[in-house]
Design a protein around this ligand. Structure first.
Ligand code: ZN
Length: 342
């Protein structure tokens, strides 16, 4: 099938020609349209392809699905807070989505304030009298996620990171205690590992959750309630949360080949109260028969563990690069160059 390609307005070409590297990271107004975004981050002018608006440059692709909250960033699905909407021949991007989703994925310097240490706390979900999800054949989530956490720990330690597990046995652990331990251990990254479940046994795939910025809805809702407006401790790390979640989701999808359900937003307790950048990963649906069989296999557990490890390592690396870039003079920094290491 031939994609229908339309250039988004004449102004796109004119504006893109005057692109200034990393402009959005300076004191100038942030881009509010996709043409401005393309200009600021040196993408070619946006083009329409079927139901998508696509921005491309070497090594990077952003594809916004029209009238939905779906953004494909380098082929990884990222859910926005609000859809891009038509605006005078261009497309308007929600300001919070730019600041807390798109910018952290395009400009490593927005991560310069994230904790830069190398202590990773892994949180295997559930435990003890809380089995979590249970497969049709009786496999329990609490057992598999502990096995996964131990495998990820081994991989990360091999890469030189310090890793702690919130639980190392089949113990019940309150959410509050999991967060407290992450704080006590001065975690730089907190990743909670879970398996999904759904009444519809056909449900499948991988998803990762991070906290929405204050004033933004969770992925399953389009309107705000009182909780959505509150600023939580976890909002200290909005940019880093988005980056960590993106790399985890990318790592999981690439390592397993599983269906990409996307980087989503939820106000889970652990994400609200996290003392550092944090994410909750849902690695497969334990309620799905095929996934249940896969989760019994050593090589598949190894793939998931590799995906989680790859994601955490990519995040730690980019934060390190962000701090290096921030230490240089702003005039000499180059967001497009650093961004290629995503
Ligand atoms: Zn769970």
């Amino acid at each position: 099938m031939h994609a229908r390609i339309l250039t988004i307005g004449l102004s796109a070409v004119c504006l893109a020609a005057g692109a200034v590297s990393g402009r959005a990271a300076t004191n100038e107004a942030p881009p509010s349209t996709l043409v401005e975004l393309a200009t600021a981050f040196e993408f070619a002018a946006p083009v329409r392809e079927e139901d998508r608006i696509v921005l491309r440059k070497t090594g990077r692709v952003l594809a916004f699905d029209v009238d939905t909250r779906r953004l494909l960033c380098d082929d990884v699905l990222v859910w926005l807070s609000r859809p891009v909407v038509r605006h005078r021949g261009d497309w308007r991007l929600d300001g919070a989505d730019f600041e807390h989703v798109v910018r952290p994925l395009l400009d490593p310097r927005s991560l310069a304030g994230a904790p830069g240490g190398r202590t990773v706390v892994l949180d295997p979900g559930h435990g003890g009298n809380d089995p979590g999800a249970v497969s049709p054949g009786g496999l329990e989530e609490k057992t598999i996620v502990l096995e996964l956490a131990e495998r990820v720990k081994a991989l990360l330690e091999k890469a030189g990171l310090t890793v702690k597990l919130t639980r190392e046995r089949d113990d019940y652990l309150a959410l509050k205690e999991r967060v407290r331990r992450a704080g006590e251990w001065k975690a730089d990254v907190l990743v909670s590992i879970h398996l999904n479940s759904h009444r519809d046994r056909r449900a499948r795939g991988l998803e990762t959750f991070v906290l929405p910025p204050a004033g933004c809805p969770v992925t399953g809702a389009s309107t705000l309630d009182a909780r959505d407006k509150a600023v939580c401790p976890g909002n200290t790390h909005d940019a880093a949360n988005a980056s960590l979640g993106f790399f985890l989701q990318r790592g999981l999808v690439q390592a397993t080949g599983g269906e990409d359900r996307g980087l989503k937003r939820a106000r889970y307790f652990l994400l609200r109260e996290a003392p550092c950048p944090a994410a909750v990963t849902e690695c497969k649906f334990l309620s799905n028969h095929k996934a249940e069989e896969e989760l019994k296999k050593d090589e598949h557990l190894a793939q998931i563990a590799k995906g989680l490890s790859d994601g955490i390592r990519a995040y730690v690396d980019i934060v390190g690069k962000a701090k290096e870039a921030a230490a240089r003079k702003p005039d000499h920094s180059d967001s497009s160059g650093n961004a290629s290491s995503y």
